[in-house]
Ligand binder design. Structure first.
Ligand code: DAH
Length: 340
């Protein structure tokens, strides 16, 4: 009996079929009422009582293995006929499909997130449709202050209090309103300005904002953080310089240049023969902004910075026309295969 079971087990393992009809033949051969396994179950009655347990187990195992094998074969032909009728030939060789590539702006955004994550910055996002308070008011832009002209804004015509955010600085405000210091975060996102589209400007682009609020944060901390970032992003040889600037939400404010990565500082058309390229705005968070968000400026200080992802990407990959980012031309996009 044991030999017979073993023999059928081998046979069922090797069973194969070319179509659904053949699978049905296999099922009939083994599992139908008069099939080989059913016959063994009849013979089981003659097995001596002391052997019944052992043989019974083997027999049940054989039956379930047979059922499994048949189900497996059946699954191979499921729907094949319908597909063939619909003109699909499943036997044709597979066409080698091209894997997609990440967009260069996503590559660089991920690099920026990664660089800051290594020194403890976490990531948050905020809404693209903003109110005047988060985009301007809380950031210390007075209602009729000319600084608003720095950013040509898309307002919603039916409600001038609502606009498309012009910068990711709005997410600083939302974060400070919702959580208390210490805060060490970056805010990547899409921003909108009413700019004529050219090789250097677009009405939609991307920024990363950074914010660090804690006790005793100083300008030296800001400078060291930005130096670390510049070296990680553009290479160890990179130098930075800070120039005084003006933003209503930081005091003092600065703009940071990096030494030109194309000519190394000697002068070329990318750096307009100055040896330096501007990459971001930054400064110490204005105490008025902290107060607007319910943070005590006598207890806490902090720094902030904001950069354009398009600009960093153009520099890093020497891309000369910003419009390429938005055209979805695969000849451009596929060059970033293998990037992060
Ligand atoms: N929000 C500024 C812009 O879009 C960039 C900026 C400048 C952000 C200075 C900052 C900062 O956080 O401190 O032009």
């Amino acid at each position: 009996m044991n030999d017979k079971i073993q023999h059928l087990l081998d046979e069922i393992r090797k069973a194969s079929a070319l179509n659904a009809d053949e699978v049905e033949q296999i099922r009939l051969k083994f599992l139908s009422k008069k099939g080989l396994i059913s016959v063994l179950f009849d013979e089981f009655k003659t097995v001596p009582a002391e052997k019944k347990r052992e043989v019974g187990l083997l027999l049940n195992d054989l039956k379930s293995k047979a059922q499994e094998r048949i189900d497996e074969l059946k699954a191979r032909f499921d729907g094949v006929e319908e597909k063939a009728a619909a003109g699909l030939d499943l036997t044709r060789p597979v066409v080698n499909s091209q894997p997609g590539t990440r967009h260069p702006l996503s590559v660089v955004r991920n690099q920026i997130i990664d660089i800051f994550a290594r020194i403890g910055f976490t990531v948050a996002e905020g809404p693209e449709i903003e109110d005047d308070w988060h985009n301007f008011g809380a950031l210390n832009f007075a209602a009729d202050h000319p600084a608003r002209d720095m950013q040509d804004t898309f307002f919603i015509s039916t409600n001038p209090e609502i606009l498309l955010r012009t910068h990711t600085s709005s997410v600083q405000i939302r974060t400070m309103e919702e959580s208390s210091p210490p805060l060490r975060m970056i805010f990547p996102g899409r921003v909108f300005r009413n700019e004529a589209i050219s090789a250097r400007a677009h009405c939609i682009f991307h920024q990363v904002e950074g914010l660090y609020i804690a006790r005793n944060v100083s300008f030296a901390d800001l400078k060291q953080t930005l130096l670390y970032f510049a070296k990680e992003m553009f290479g160890e040889q990179t130098q930075i310089r800070l120039r005084p600037s003006y933003f209503p939400f930081t005091e003092p404010s600065g703009e940071m240049d990096v030494s030109c990565l194309i000519c190394g500082g000697k002068g070329c058309n990318i750096c307009k023969y100055s040896g330096w390229v501007e990459i971001l705005g930054c400064g110490m968070v204005n105490p008025a902004v902290l107060e607007n968000c319910g943070i005590d400026p006598d207890e806490y200080t902090g720094f902030a910075f904001g950069m354009g992802i398009e600009r960093i990407t153009m520099l890093k990959y020497q891309i000369k026309d910003l419009r390429l980012f938005f055209e979805n031309d695969v000849r451009f996009l596929k060059q970033f295969t293998g990037a992060l």
